[in-house]
Design a protein around this ligand. Structure first.
Ligand SMILES: [Fe+2]
Length: 160
């Protein structure tokens, strides 16, 4: 059934975000494997601790809402994962491999930021604790920081 209240929608988005973060652990490992350069490999390998912490923050939010943590796939995330599967099985030259890897990572971070924007907006409608809002804000900042790093590499390589 489609969501009818801000609270329903908030929970739906939280389940979506939880699913995305759980998938990101494998997604980043696959992208690190598929990357050609050490720089891009390191970028995806180093993000793991952040993701684990983001997952914990989401679990704490479920707890505060008195609901069990539940993951729910979304067509966008499934699409990003399908693209990732496609690029990791392609035999492209190193520069193109890195570009594929970086931009797939960017799609993913942008998705994360967008779901977090929706959650933060919905949070203003709900009587949600400061702790929940702070947790969401921190996750958003980290996703944004990861996105900025990826964009900087793409931009630098474009100018090389
Ligand atoms: Fe994340």
């Amino acid at each position: 059934m489609s969501p009818t209240t801000s609270r329903d929608m908030f929970e739906r988005e939280l389940r979506k975000l939880y699913h995305a973060e759980l998938e990101i652990l494998d997604l980043h490992a696959d992208l690190a494997d598929a990357a050609a350069s050490d720089e891009v490999k390191a970028l995806f390998a180093d993000h793991e601790a952040d993701t684990v912490e983001q997952i914990h923050r989401i679990e704490r939010i479920f707890e505060e809402l008195n609901t069990e943590p539940q993951a729910e796939g979304s067509p966008v995330m499934e699409g990003i994962l399908a693209e990732k599967d496609e690029i990791v099985s392609t035999d492209a030259p190193p520069v193109l491999r890195d570009l594929d890897v970086l931009t797939t990572g960017m799609l993913n971070e942008r998705f994360e930021v967008t779901v977090l924007d929706r959650l933060l907006l919905l949070a203003t409608d709900l009587e949600i604790s400061e702790e929940i809002a702070t947790g969401l804000g921190t996750n958003r900042q980290e996703a944004k920081a990861a996105l900025t790093k990826m964009e900087a590499i793409v931009e630098r390589r474009r100018l090389e």
